[in-house]
Design a protein around this ligand. Structure first.
Ligand code: F3S
Length: 634
């Protein structure tokens, strides 16, 4: 039987398990990269593992998320990341070099490889024919330490593209917005999207990368395109043609599902507030008044798109009611735009040019005014993400965004008097890697840590008995934000677990921290939750901080997948009520005793909990796989 692209790459990297949907498999990883928001913890974790050098062929540490230097903390984090990269043999992409996904695509990604990144938009690399997956920090650190990457093999879904886009009015952004409308933000859960069909050759690598980038919004594990002539052209233009290999699915390859899209039927689309799948055709909401336009991010910062924006702005003025921000995603594109006079066009039109970084995408500057409308060529428009809780954020192509900036209202590119030029992909990109610091050979480099950077706390192996107090009893759908909030007050402490721990459950219970610290020396604490405990982001801090505070176990009716993995990674036992009604038998403040834990983890995974305060007992279980058992025991 023939193979699809995903199977071909996975098979050549497989080190354990059977390549079958739903099985636990282990693969060898070629590249790992981090960004600063998750990276400080990842590199502290790698340091704690105690190895001299990374044990993957390539590791890169990027700085793109938190660029605001309002005090010493962020600058110290950047220096830590630079010296840690030098010490452990990773490339360091200096602040200003660009957004991790775009720079990685330009300078490192290659067809046929497997890459992990500590950011959910890592699948951008799928545009070049690479399997690129977003993971948590400890996962990345373990893989950099030489472990295989273990995960459950997702379903492979084929997306068959036919026809050609109606350029220049319709772009790759409209393709992925169309898919989001069709499939919703849950449509890709447990799936990898593999693109194919005759329409693929109509798309350049950077256009493909826009589509795979926002595959993350579909909830997909990753997305991937074949490697063909267009891939070779891109790699040649980047001076990396030697990294090209052809890659396509066999004629008789099998898929869990096949979806067909005719590119020629796609129209300009727009995601309305407050979800990337709340998509309608642009023409349905044209003439909506707009106050802010943001163009760039890791989704839509290619040379071609930025040149298109420049050509729309040339000789015109941004509407007087609109603020236009432009953040080119990489120094490479920025430098080319500057060299070719495009930055001049943008400035002359009244655009506010930002540095090559995430910026307004994560509310690091550029927040809209209260109640204002912002239209962005970015990938997320969740409520409050812009930094303004009551703002209305829309997502659309750079073409729609640029036209809207001029007119002050949402514009359908097919219905405007402004002509849009079709820009070709460049024959060659400007290669200047002076902001990428190569791995050093010297192993004696000192890692510099400012006063806000602390070691990752280490937990002892699992004890045979937990005898602890229920420090907090919670309801259903507790989020990682409830466990450890984000925000400007909290994030500066991302490299300082003792300090960030003070914010644990703070929004739910002001006194939690004091209670936990008190209990820590008396056997620690237990958290009791309802259904779907730990839903939301992949934030590792929501497991590390409770571990630091002495939390030994969380007993819940059910757990969210990523948070459960993070709890296990940091040695906190996730236990599930055998009878959900037993949830009622526990109260905050009760003293619980769980015995024979070690033999329980190794054997039946069933445990009796004695509630000493109520003189009663109930049963719980853990459903750990072999790898998780090993992690918890150690
Ligand atoms: Fe940065 Fe926004 Fe992409 S935060 S990595 S530009 S999704």
């Amino acid at each position: 039987m023939g193979k699809n692209i995903v199977e071909k790459i996975m098979e050549s990297h497989l080190v354990s398990g059977k390549l079958k949907e739903g099985s636990l498999i282990g693969v060898r990883v070629d590249q790992v990269y981090t960004q600063d928001a998750t990276g400080t913890m990842t590199w502290l974790e790698f340091e704690a593992i105690g190895l001299d050098r990374v044990r993957v062929p390539l590791a890169v540490s990027y700085v793109d998320h938190n660029m605001l230097q309002s005090n010493f903390m962020n600058a110290d984090d950047h220096l830590f990341l630079r010296t840690a990269a030098a010490r452990f043999g990773a490339y360091f992409s200096r602040p200003g070099n660009g957004i991790c996904h775009q720079v990685h695509l330009e300078r490192f990604a290659a067809p046929g490889l497997i890459a992990l990144g500590t950011d959910s938009h890592t699948p951008t690399g799928g545009g070049i024919g690479m399997i690129a997956i977003g993971v948590g920090g400890l996962e990345a650190a373990s893989v950099m330490a030489g472990m295989p990457f273990e995960f459950t093999m997702p379903k492979v879904v084929r997306i068959n593209l036919l026809g050609k886009l109606r350029r220049p009015y319709v772009t790759a952004m409209d393709v992925i917005l169309t898919l989001l409308k069709m499939l919703s933000v849950k449509g890709g859960v447990g799936k990898i999207f593999e693109y194919g069909g005759s329409g693929v050759k109509d798309l350049s690598v950077t256009e493909r990368a826009t589509i795979t980038n926002m595959g993350a919004e579909l909830g997909a594990t990753t997305s991937i395109f074949p490697s063909d002539e267009n891939t070779l052209r891109f790699l040649k233009a980047q001076g990396r043609q030697h990294q090209w290999i052809p890659l396509e699915a066999d004629e008789d390859a099998e898929y869990a599902e096949i979806i067909e899209i005719d590119l020629s039927e796609i129209q300009p689309m727009i995601a309305q507030p407050h979800s990337p799948d709340n998509v309608v055709p642009v023409k349905d909401i044209k003439e909506t008044k707009v106050h802010q336009v943001c163009i760039g991010s890791c989704t839509n910062s290619s040379y071609k798109m930025m040149k298109t924006v420049s050509s729309i702005l040339r000789g015109r003025t941004v509407h007087e009611d609109v603020t236009l921000f432009i953040n080119p995603g990489s120094k490479q594109v920025y430098e080319m735009l500057a060299h070719e006079g495009d930055i001049e066009n943008m400035i002359a039109a009244g655009a506010r040019i930002l540095e090559s970084a995430c910026g307004p995408c994560i509310g690091m500057g550029g927040a809209p005014g209260s109640g204002q409308v912002s239209i962005r060529s970015y990938n997320r428009n969740f409520k409050g993400r812009s930094g303004t809780k009551d703002a209305f954020v829309y997502l659309a192509s750079p073409v729609v965004c640029a036209l809207t900036a001029i007119k002050g209202e949402i514009v359908d590119p097919f219905e405007t008097d402004i002509s849009v030029e079709e820009i070709n992909e460049p024959e060659s990109f400007k290669i200047n890697d002076n902001m990428l610091i190569s791995p050093k050979k010297d192993k004696d480099i000192k890692i510099i840590k400012g006063p806000n950077i602390k070691e990752v706390p280490v937990k002892e192996p699992l004890e045979n008995t937990i005898h602890a107090q229920v420090l907090l009893k919670l309801g259903d759908n507790i989020t990682t934000d409830d466990i450890l909030p984000a925000g400007t007050q909290v994030l500066p402490y991302r490299s300082n677990i003792p300090e960030i721990s003070k914010f644990t459950f703070k929004n739910l219970d002001e006194n939690f921290y004091e209670r936990a610290m008190n209990a820590k020396s008396k056997g620690g604490g237990i958290i009791v939750g309802g259904e779907n405990y730990g839903q939301g982001s992949s934030r590792e801090h929501a497991a590390i901080a409770p571990m630091y505070l002495g939390i030994k176990a969380v007993i819940a009716k059910s757990f969210a997948r990523i948070h459960r993995a993070n709890l296990i990674n940091f040695g906190i036992l996730p236990l599930i009520f055998v009878n959900p009604e037993d949830y009622e038998k526990v109260e905050q403040g009760d003293i619980l005793k769980i015995i024979d834990l070690i033999s329980g983890v190794k054997g039946s995974q069933k445990y009796v909990i004695f509630n000493e305060s109520k003189d009663s007992s109930f049963e719980v279980y853990s459903n750990l796989n072999d790898r998780e058992k090993e992690l918890i025991l150690n």
